[in-house]
Every structure is written in C-alpha cells, then in structure tokens.
Design a binder for this molecule. Sequence first.
Ligand code: 5GP
Ligand code: ZN
Length: 110
Amino acid sequence: MAAACIFCKIIRGEIPSMKIFESDKTLAFLDIGPLSKGHSLIIPKYHGAKLHDIPDDQLAEVLSVTKRIAIAQGVQDYNILQNNGRIAHQEVDHVHFHLIPKPNEEEGLG
Ligand code: 5GP
Ligand code: ZN
C-alpha cells in the first residue's frame, strides 16, 4: 500500500468507487472517466507502479478477473489496455488493466 496513491485509497475505501469485484488480491471498479459504457479498471491490491513491479500470482488473478468481468458483461468486442510510464500515457502509478467494451452500432456509443 502507498499512502498517497489514488488506487490504494480506493482499495482502503478512503475514496468512493463503483466496485464490480473484490477478492483478497484484486479489485475491479468502474472508471471515473469511461471511454464506453461499462469501462472498468482491474487492479492488484499489491501496490506497484508498473507491470514489472507486480508479483506473478497477483498478475495472474488480475487477468483472470478481467476475463471473467468481460464474460459477465456479455461483451463480444472489447479492448484491454495497460499503460506503463508517462510517455505511454500512464496517469495513475498503480498497475491497472482497462477493460473497455466496444458496443456495436445498435447499442450506440454507451
Ligand atoms: P491511465 O492513463 O493511468 O492508464 O488511466 C488511469 C485511469 O484512471 C483513467 O481512465 C481515469 O479516468 C481513471 N481514474 C483516475 N482517478 C480515478 C478515481 O479516483 N476513480 C476512478 N474510478 N477512476 C479514476
Ligand atoms: Zn497504489
């Protein structure tokens, strides 16, 4: 845990979030600035800024949860995005996977 980290604060409940899933190792919640309806963030509870800072077992569960949320949402088309470093557009220095549903035209942009 890092005292000043926004996502660690969400894990501790110090900042409110719309939680989708929680386990001992993993938390998933809706992105505050969604790129599409249902855009979620899946994070390890272990604090690390970049992918290579996170233990394998934590990463394995995060990816498994990401897959299960996609199944539960019923989305057929989606992007998984994971940024590392400012040049790569990372804003929050706590590893997170974006799950961004891509609705079809009938469903609109969400
Ligand atoms: P990054 O650019 O670091 O990959 O993405 C960070 C994401 O975190 C952005 O999509 C942004 O909307 C989201 N975000 C930043 N602060 C908060 C917050 O306090 N709550 C939630 N739910 N999402 C946040
Ligand atoms: Zn953190």
